[in-house]
Design a protein around this ligand. Structure first.
Ligand code: PRT
Ligand code: ZN
Length: 210
């Protein structure tokens, strides 16, 4: 049977835990930082190392069969992938935040305001849900500095400890969504015996952690 391909983050917050999870499943592979693909020696699997933003699309298109990626990225890309297993790491919250001295008190106070974010799709859905008309300013990084620069009245970004908000004079204002790392799969993969075996191993590793 053909090897399956799993896409994981090449570097960043989910890389180490994704690699560790696969190693804990008994998979032998070299984690070369420079290579984009590696073959597992003792299991019919290849591992692709990608930017997290590319993972949902690769899985939806079947370039990779499986992927490990944050729910925030799955939602933002709107890729059509199947949730196979929640993985319990990479937990964070996408939140709206405002300057400490802001006069914004209620969600409706966001009407007419500018909100900076790297998650324009998720933010637009949230604003639509609450019937708020605000301007979304898409920024790819360092979103937290934009209110201080006068670029936005609020931000929508990932928060984990809250330290970055605090050090930029911001405070959390509303929860947009929570997120954790998910094993996702291509739609056509359900029932694949290699996936069944891998999933059993992943679930044993997750159970042993509880
Ligand atoms: O290079 P690549 O595109 O692959 O990586 P990336 O830079 O886009 O993502 P990366 O590695 O930062 O995060 C990968 C995934 O980890 C995210 O998509 C989330 O699902 C998850 N995750 C968990 C986080 C955080 N915690 C987190 N704290 N992603 C980002 N942050 C950032 C946040 O953007 C903010 O700037 O950390 C800062 C806030 O952290 P605190 O602790 O100060 O609140
Ligand atoms: Zn990314």
């Amino acid at each position: 049977m053909k090897n399956l391909k799993i896409a994981i983050q090449k570097s960043g917050r989910l890389n180490e835990k994704s690699v560790q999870l696969l190693k804990n499943c008994g998979l032998n592979f070299e984690n070369y930082k420079s290579s984009l693909i590696t073959t597992v020696g003792n299991f019919p699997l290849e591992i692709l190392f990608l930017r997290d933003d590319d993972i949902p699309g690769y899985v939806a298109q079947g370039i990779a069969d499986l992927g490990i990626v944050g729910e925030n990225v799955i939602d933002e890309t709107q890729a059509q992938v199947e949730y196979v297993q929640r993985l319990g790491f990479g937990k964070c919250n996408l939140k709206l935040a405002i300057p400490k001295d802001s006069d914004i008190q209620d969600l409706k106070d966001l009407n007419g305001k500018a909100i900076a974010t790297s998650y324009p799709v998720i933010l637009q859905q949230f604003l639509d849900e609450y019937k708020i008309k605000a301007e979304i300013r898409e920024i790819s990084g360092s979103v937290e500095i934009s209110p201080g620069l006068g670029l936005a009245d609020a931000i929508c970004d990932i928060v984990s400890t809250g330290g970055t908000l605090k050090s930029n004079g911001l405070k959390p204002f509303a929860d947009v969504r929570s997120s954790e790392a998910i094993l996702v799969g291509n739609k056509n993969l359900l029932g694949n015996p290699i996936l069944t075996e891998l999933l059993q191993r992943i679930q044993s590793v997750l159970l042993a952690k509880e």
